[in-house]
Design a protein around this ligand. Structure first.
Ligand SMILES: Nc1ncnc2c1ncn2[C@@H]1O[C@H](COP(=O)(O)OP(=O)(O)OP(=O)(O)O)[C@@H](O)[C@H]1O
Length: 259
């Protein structure tokens, strides 16, 4: 175990080769021990592959440590048992099962944390008998996130949880993510910069399969030129409401990684 401010998850020199294609060739990433850390980058930069590599869903080399423990050679089921909850991009909710059945399938611990799930997602308690396929996209996303809260996870990884959702629902999911991150640290893959600005104190940016920036989100997004160059977008559409109360303290400066 490290000191309280040490990163919870550290990824160093992560490489992924699939069918001879070099998809990741040097991803470095520190996930803060509290709050939300964002993983950013343009389409195809390697964000989902990075997450899958951490989980052991694709073959990888490099260094992956959770609270100091080396996960690099562990298969997925053992990575999950070390306490990493995963909310995949497609949510993976079983549309033909009820909300309660979806949650029951995700139980891993002897005493699943239903009180916590119902505290953070009271709507899921009210809808526990509803067939998940009839839920809205945002409600399905809440089921997907709730599954990771049932077990005593040390880190939750959410891959683009707001993708395809209407703006009002994005706000609801963002609210939920903040509630979750006040209890369990979150690594958030996200393209919605307003959401990132609101929730994530720190971020890493990928481009072409490697890390090109790590640091404080507010500093990156305040720098128009860097945001445009690294993310391909302007960043000054909204004033920053600042990081959430549960967010980790941000490092003083960003670090650009030149390769
Ligand atoms: N199994 C695979 N076989 C071949 N190429 C792959 C495979 N998985 C990913 N890639 C390629 O690797 C690159 C990175 O993909 P990845 O899905 O990690 O990017 P991403 O940053 O998550 O993109 P997006 O924001 O569009 O979801 C892309 O060019 C993608 O086409």
């Amino acid at each position: 175990m490290g000191a309280p401010h040490d990163p919870l998850l550290t990824v160093r020199g992560l490489r992924v080769v699939i069918d001879g294609l070099h998809i990741l060739h040097g991803v470095d990433l520190d996930v803060a021990p509290s709050g939300v850390t964002a993983l950013l980058g343009r389409n195809g930069a390697g964000k989902t592959t990075t997450v899958k590599a951490v989980l052991g869903l694709v073959p990888r080399t490099g260094g992956i440590r959770l609270a100091g423990e080396d996960l690099t050679r562990l298969p997925t089921h053992l990575v999950v048992r070390r306490g990493i909850g995963y909310v995949p991009e497609d949510r993976g909710v079983f549309g033909g099962l009820t909300v309660a059945e979806n949650l029951r399938l995700a139980e891993r611990d002897a005493e699943p944390a239903y009180p916590l799930v119902h505290e953070i997602f009271p709507e899921l308690k009210r809808r526990e008998r509803q067939v998940a396929g009839t839920l809205s996209g945002g409600q399905q996303q809440m089921v997907a996130i709730a599954r990771t809260l049932l077990n005593a996870n040390r880190l939750i990884i959410a891959d683009e949880p707001t993708k395809g959702l209407a703006p009002r629902i994005v706000t609801e999911v963002a609210d939920a993510l903040e509630r979750v991150a006040s209890r369990v640290p979150v690594l958030l893959v996200e393209q919605n910069l307003a959401l990132v600005r609101r929730t994530a104190a720190t971020c890493a940016v990928l481009a072409d399969g490697h890390t090109v920036h790590q640091g404080a989100t507010a500093e990156l997004l305040a720098d128009e030129e860097a945001a445009r160059r690294l993310l391909g977008v302007g960043s000054s559409r909204r004033p920053s409401p600042g990081p959430s109360p549960g967010a980790a303290p941000a490092p003083p400066t960003g670090t650009e990684v030149n390769r």
